[in-house]
Design a protein around this ligand. Sequence first.
Ligand SMILES: [Zn+2]
Ligand SMILES: [Zn+2]
Length: 269
Amino acid sequence: MVIKMRFIADHDLHIHSTVSPCCHDENQTPEAILEYAKKNNFRKICLTNHLWDETVKSEAEWHDGQRFCCVESVLPLPQSENVKFLFGAETDMDYNFVLGISPERYEKFDFVVIPTTHLHLAGNTVRTKLLTPEEAADHWIKRLEALLKMDLPWHKTGIAHLTCGHIFKGSVPDVIKLLPDEKLYDIFTDCSEKGVGIELNMKTLNLTDEVKNIMLRPYFIAKDCGCKFYLGSDSHKISALETVKENFEDIITSLDLKEEDKFGFVMNE
Ligand SMILES: [Zn+2]
Ligand SMILES: [Zn+2]
């Protein structure tokens, strides 16, 4: 019998620093983030501040702090012997399915995370506030399908937090429950063929078994489709960094992930 090696939590590819308008912790600096990586024995981390590339036209209005010059202002990033600190961004998609990054700007980043689930931004990612789980589930599917129709450098792209709290102001599990198995199989087969990374950052530690089963179903289907995964804490403050590793380990255990399930981008270089 071949024993497959457990997925090692040796990276965090989704982290914000003070440059993000939604980061309110002045201590969340690249230097402090590098210390966090060293403490947890990570060998690769990526700073992914919010980007709306101002060269991309959008009907929606985006925060000035999301312009490329703001995101770029973190450079050069501090490095250490054992940790590679990468320059990335978390871009967004407006309600017309326009993606907030041009091909020229894409090249400037080592890695880009794309959330299709920022469904809380009425007037930006959705036209008006979503009122029912059904509406949220519909947007969840349509936005992800729209993203997958794009021609992007998938090998350096991650799909961020597919089961995050931004999906619906009410109960997120009520939305996830509505996503049909067949639809998820179609979507994740496409993800697998394109070679895009699927992000894991959900806080599974304190969930009941019932909720955990509901929330993990999309990831089990993704795994079944051959998708590859990376870890991303989506941390916005220093205090949140303390429990990241423990949560990563819990989600790895819950999904029974092996090293072979790891996104190629993490392994490269
Ligand atoms: Zn996000
Ligand atoms: Zn984020």
